[in-house]
Design a protein around this ligand. Structure first.
Ligand code: NAP
Length: 247
């Protein structure tokens, strides 16, 4: 097992990609704190899966957009685990509209969760990682932050912001035992993409050389690679996992 003795927190781990990441980290031996904002039942199910693997699991409810709330969550997690080795900033939302129809509230909400949330959760754990002189931070960005998309100006801006944040932090923390990387998925089969109409989905598939959407488990395996010893020499990278959509 690659993560024996490690502790991790995954934001937005109640569903989709975050859920798969939390379980994959536990399968490699990590104890995992499962963050969610409102899906308590789903988060409990993820925690049960982790415990069934023989690992410790914590429910870590907090709204990542709310700094005091993330600070409280971090204190609780550190109180239980004693340290935190791996932080996966995965929580994210979209609120799609063409720019002309996009209101300020929708812009703020997406930026608050997707970008401020990454600042908040990293900020509340970074002192502990520096004290340990060890930390692995993985931020989930998106191919949309790399290429932009019709109706997703807010989402694309938030993810491009996270990518730039990743590189800056990687430079600041490289000499201190903390690596910071981003993982940029393309279209992955989760609730986030379930609303895509059949016609649009087929158009997208035409643009993806591997001719399918990815799975949450495939993204999770890339996270395991980055946070295990296999990824020790990688920092400041934004790794694409998109079936060839962007190359
Ligand atoms: P999802 O199925 O919609 O799940 C979103 C997760 O984020 C849930 O666990 C949700 O918790 C949590 N969340 C939402 N707002 C939160 C908040 N304010 N505080 C804490 N947690 C919050 O999404 P997904 O498709 O797995 O996406 C996960 C990440 O991958 C996102 O950052 C997304 O942008 C990125 N991504 C997804 C795709 C894709 O195709 N699916 C592609 C590229 C990038 P609750 O259940 O409690 O609401």
């Amino acid at each position: 097992m690659k993560l024996e003795g490690r502790t991790a927190l995954v934001t937005g781990a109640s569903r989709g990609i975050g859920r798969a990441i939390a379980i994959a980290l536990a399968e490699e031996g990590a104890d995992v704190a499962v963050n969610y904002v409102s899906s308590e039942h789903a988060a409990k199910e993820v925690a049960e899966r982790i415990r069934a693997l023989g690992r410790r699991a914590l429910l870590a409810q907090a709204d990542v957009a709310d700094y005091p709330d993330t600070f409280r969550m971090a204190q609780e997690v550190l109180g239980e685990f004693g340290h935190l080795d791996v932080l996966v900033n995965n929580a994210g939302i979209n609120s799609d509209k063409t720019f002309v129809k996009m209101d300020h509230a929708s812009w703020r909400k997406v930026l608050a969760i997707n970008l401020d949330g990454v600042f908040n959760c990293t900020k509340v754990f970074i002192d502990q990682m520096l004290k340990q002189t060890y930390g692995r931070v993985v931020n989930i960005t998106s191919v949309i932050g790399q290429i932009g998309n019709f109706g997703q100006a807010n989402y694309a801006a938030s993810k491009a912001g996270v990518a730039a944040f990743t590189k800056s932090l990687a430079k600041e923390l490289a000499g201190k035992g903390v690596t910071v990387n981003a993982l940029a998925p393309g279209f992955i089969e989760t609730e986030m993409v379930q609303g895509i109409p059949e016609r649009v989905r087929n158009k997208l598939l035409d643009q993806i050389p591997l001719r399918r959407f990815g799975t949450a488990a495939e993204v999770a395996r890339a996270v395991v690679y980055l946070v295990s010893a296999d990824g020790d020499y990688i920092t400041g990278a934004e790794i694409s996992i998109n079936g060839g959509l962007l190359m």
